[in-house]
Design a protein around this ligand. Structure first.
Ligand SMILES: *Cc1c(COP(=O)(O)O)cnc(C)c1O
Length: 359
């Protein structure tokens, strides 16, 4: 029996994605070959990557002047690739926790970094709002959903400078006005597929902004990857196959609007229980609460119940709710493939545990 999977990443994937990927690993479309064996430059694979790029644009409603790339190296390589390509003198960053910090650290290798907003004063339990964006920076970088702390921004900012967003953990969970961004990127393993492929959505005019007098290795240049249609080197074929299956599933399930509605349903249900249950509390402020990563901690005086609660959860086939080591407590990641039934199982588990403890 399949478990109730709340892993933060790699995450739960849809049944059709798993079934079709499993089939393609044995044999891809009567080709007599596995998806693991076909040439990436063959008529067997090219339609798959082309479909994935087209579906990505269709499902997320990406305007024509944007490129979609599937690269290696994870979102973490993008932390370095972005400033390598685009940071001439100074860039602005919003510091919303661990992942933003890692992006800032890499940017500092290439130029000045101005942290224009920071939620560190309250342990990153809120998303900074209303910050002023300077006009004299090469770009502004934000992390739209903070996977570890569980904060999220639901607004597409108006920015006077190119806006770049790490959407690793909230991509495809809500309609996004892509035209407000110069670039959106992320690791696929939070909402789109297995680990091993990174998506990049890049506005065409950014290619003119690549730092001209800096030697940049070919593999780290966006223009090189665009010119070769994400085939400058061998792309992660099976990961792209699985990502395409996820996109097909999103489209067949009602597209982004349906994902958005379900994200609200799941999150509302779980936050309502956290707020109601006398044993738990949500560390994140209302208005900043992520719909994708939902941390909850013990209410005061009940901190020693962790082992007992984890045991009950295990007996209910609930996995992946242990909090990140830097936050403690619990975190349920409720990405697109997480079902209402999964959330109901967790809510019931929390309710039953409260009865067990409080009688
Ligand atoms: C997981 C995650 C990353 C790192 O992704 P990798 O693919 O492991 O490099 C970066 N940013 C956010 C917001 C994440 O959730």
């Amino acid at each position: 029996m399949r478990k109730h999977i709340f892993n933060a990443g790699p995450c739960k994937l849809s049944d059709p994605c798993l079934e079709n990927t499993a089939k393609a690993i044995l044999e891809l479309n009567n080709s007599g070959q596995s998806i693991l064996e076909v040439s990436h430059r063959s008529k067997d694979f090219e339609p798959i990557i082309n479909e994935a790029m087209a579906l990505f644009k269709e499902v997320l409603n990406i305007p024509d002047n944007y490129h979609v790339l599937f690269l290696g190296g994870g979102a973490s390589l993008q932390f370095a690739m972005i400033p390598f390509n685009f940071l001439k003198t100074k860039a602005a960053y919003v510091d919303t926790g661990t992942w933003a910090n890692k992006a800032i650290k890499e940017a500092k290798l290439f130029g000045k970094v101005e942290v224009i907003a920071n939620s560190e004063d309250k342990n990153h339990t809120y998303y900074p709002k209303g910050f002023k964006i300077p006009a004299d920076v090469d770009y502004l970088h934000i992390t739209s959903n903070n996977t570890i702390r569980g904060t999220e921004i639901f607004e597409d900012l108006d920015s006077p400078v190119p806006l770049i967003a790490d959407m690793s953990s909230d991509i495809m969970s809500r309609p996004v006005d892509v035209s407000k961004y110069a670039m959106i990127y992320g690791g696929a393993q939070k909402n789109l597929g297995p680990a091993g492929v990174t998506f990049v959505i890049l506005r065409d005019d950014m290619l003119q902004k690549v730092v001209a007098d800096r030697p940049i290795p070919s593999m780290l240049r966006y223009d090189v990857h665009i010119k070769d249609g994400s085939m400058y080197n061998t792309p992660p074929c099976v990961n792209i196959f699985a990502l395409n299956e996820t996109l097909k599933w999103v489209k067949a399930s009602g597209g982004i609007k349906a994902m958005d509605r379900l994200a609200n349903e799941r999150a509302d249900m779980l936050y309502a229980e956290i707020d109601r249950n006398s044993l738990f509390r949500a560390p994140v402020e209302k208005g900043s609460r992520s719909r994708m990563n939902i941390p909850f901690v013990w209410a005061d005086g009940t901190e020693d119940l962790t082992e007992k609660f984890m045991e009950l959860a295990k007996s209910r086939k609930i996995v992946g709710i242990k909090g990140h080591r830097s936050v403690g407590g619990f975190r349920a990641s409720t990405y697109n493939a997480c079902t209402i039934d999964d959330v109901k199982a967790l809510v019931t588990c929390m309710q039953d545990f409260e009865k067990q403890i409080k009688g």
